[in-house]
Design a protein around this ligand. Structure first.
Ligand SMILES: *Cc1c(COP(=O)(O)O)cnc(C)c1O
Length: 487
């Protein structure tokens, strides 16, 4: 008999049950409201999970941004923060941590990731420029377009395949990169942007090999590389797991190597170091000086950049913790477990499992809902109603309209269920899986959504929608029939 037959629990290796490698010392009470109250809450929130109030949310899986659990060392470091407008010791600690983790000399602090995107875009993008990237992120694209740039996604074809065994779906297609440069000329390309654990395609990593190839092409044409390192820790973890050459390399070395390919590294600390804030780093004094003047203008003085010194202290500690495998592996192992369990139930999810969350393919889950009725948004609302779990739509609602006012249909319609680091337990994860399964069996009851209030910029944040008919009431009726009085 092998181990799997003698024991029902398998903690490590293939198909493992994730183990929390930390203990809970401070807790926050959660509320699981009755289903009618949840129906009422989503109605008041315009069927947009961004507009829910957390008092009505059970498991908040909207995002990993600013919601990772802090460690005892991070929290205690905040007490030692040095309150100063200029020259704070907290800043120098953070600068030292960044030098150590990313291997970059110069750092510009900013209040969060998108502020870094604003600075980089304003300084380097001219009207008519082309910015090649593996895939866009919502705020990145908005800032680049605001400065007259056009983004071009040159992901490999595998990147957009929902079901895949490819270990590095975030890789750039090198042939497309070469063609793009020869068609437009290097002078039209201010930089190539690489996004670690590519968010909108399901937190999918790229390989070191791909970075090497991109770097070679970039160097041949004298084009800079800008790395979005918001989710770099998880990307490094996947490199260690999936790229044979690095299976015995410490995460710390992988991180340094990844950053060494980039002229500029920017990040959101809300993800990478479980705090708030962000930064831009480089080893080039010239690039540093080009960007520096925008920091006091938009963010704050150069030693705080819109962050509180307490956050800066915690960021220094959090950055160091990102190099710890028992920390960085937590979120990916819970995501992998969830993806495996949903696959066993034939529920369509993005594979292989990536970083930041489990991504359900709403186009296939709700194949009867036309894409112009926003299946991913409808699925997010339906899951909230029947479970209190709040996910995020990553589909056409997160896209835009074209010049004729028509929706630009997204490549994928995803419901993202984020797993912030060290926040949820295994039993909560099982609750989620169970409810997603119930919803899948009753998916025929879920209908589409339509906009009733639609902002022009980043409409997914504040837009209000309504169901196309009374499907939410029918869903609640079925829920009550199956679950009785239980929540
Ligand atoms: C979250 C995120 C950003 C934006 O960061 P904020 O701190 O939320 O402003 C930018 N890029 C990527 C890849 C992200 O995941």
């Amino acid at each position: 008999m092998n181990h799997q037959e003698t024991s029902s629990i398998n903690f490590f290796g293939e198909d493992a049950i994730p183990v929390e490698l930390h203990k809970v010392r401070i807790v926050q009470k959660l509320h699981l409201r009755p289903v009618e109250e949840r129906l009422d809450a989503i109605g008041k929130g315009g069927y947009n999970t961004f507009l829910l109030n957390t008092k009505d949310v059970f498991l908040d899986m909207l995002t990993d941004s600013g919601t990772n659990a802090m460690s005892d060392n991070q929290v205690s470091s905040m007490l030692k923060a040095d309150d100063a407008y200029a020259g704070s010791q907290s800043f120098y600690k953070m600068e030292q941590a960044l030098k150590e983790v990313f291997g970059k000399e110069y750092i510009l602090p900013v209040h969060q990731g998108r502020a870094a995107e604003n600075v980089v875009s304003q300084i380097f993008i001219k009207k008519g420029d082309i910015i090649p990237m593996n895939y866009h992120f919502t705020t990145t694209k908005a800032h680049m377009e605001l400065n007259g740039g056009k983004i071009v996604e040159i992901l490999t074809a595998e990147g957009l395949r929902i079901k895949s065994k490819h270990p590095f779906k975030g890789n750039i297609d090198i042939d497309q990169l070469k063609t793009l440069i020869s068609n437009h000329g290097a002078s039209k390309i201010p930089f190539i942007r690489l996004e670690a654990s590519t968010n909108l395609i399901g937190g999918q990593p790229f390989s070191i090999q791909n970075m090497r190839e991109v770097k070679q092409v970039a160097d041949e044409h004298g084009i800079m590389i800008v790395l979005d390192a918001s989710l770099i820790g998880e990307n490094a973890w996947f490199i260690k797991q999936r790229e044979a050459e690095f299976k015995n390399t410490p995460i710390k070395e992988i991180l340094r190597l990844m950053c060494s390919f980039a002229d500029i590294v920017y990040f959101s600390s809300r993800k990478v170091s479980s705090t708030r804030g962000g930064g831009i780093c480089t080893n080039s004094k010239e690039l540093f000086l080009k960007m520096r003047d925008l920091i006091p203008l938009y963010e704050g003085f150069l030693t705080y950049g819109g962050m509180s010194v307490r956050e800066i202290e915690a960021m220094a500690v959090g950055l160091m913790e990102t190099t710890d495998e028992t920390v960085i592996s937590q979120s990916p192992s819970f995501i992998e477990y969830t993806v495996n369990e949903l696959e066993k139930r034939n529920i369509p999810v993005i594979t292989p499992a990536g970083a930041l969350g489990c991504h359900i393919d709403a186009m296939s889950f709700l194949s009867h809902v036309p894409q112009k009725e926003y299946p991913a948004g409808a699925l997010a609302a339906a899951l909230y109603i029947i479970s209190g779990c709040r996910g995020m739509e990553r589909g056409t609602i997160s896209s835009v309209r074209d010049e004729n006012g028509e929706d630009v249909l997204a490549d994928m319609e995803l419901l993202r269920l984020a797993f912030p680091r060290r926040v949820f337990t295994l039993s909560q994860t099982k609750f989620l899986i169970d409810r997603v399964h119930w919803l899948y069996e009753n998916r025929g009851l879920v209908g589409g959504l339509k906009f009733v209030e639609e902002p022009e910029v980043l409409r997914f944040f504040m837009g209000r929608l309504a169901p196309v008919n009374d499907w939410p009431q029918k869903l609640v009726e079925k829920f009550k029939k199956d679950f009785g009085n239980s929540l």
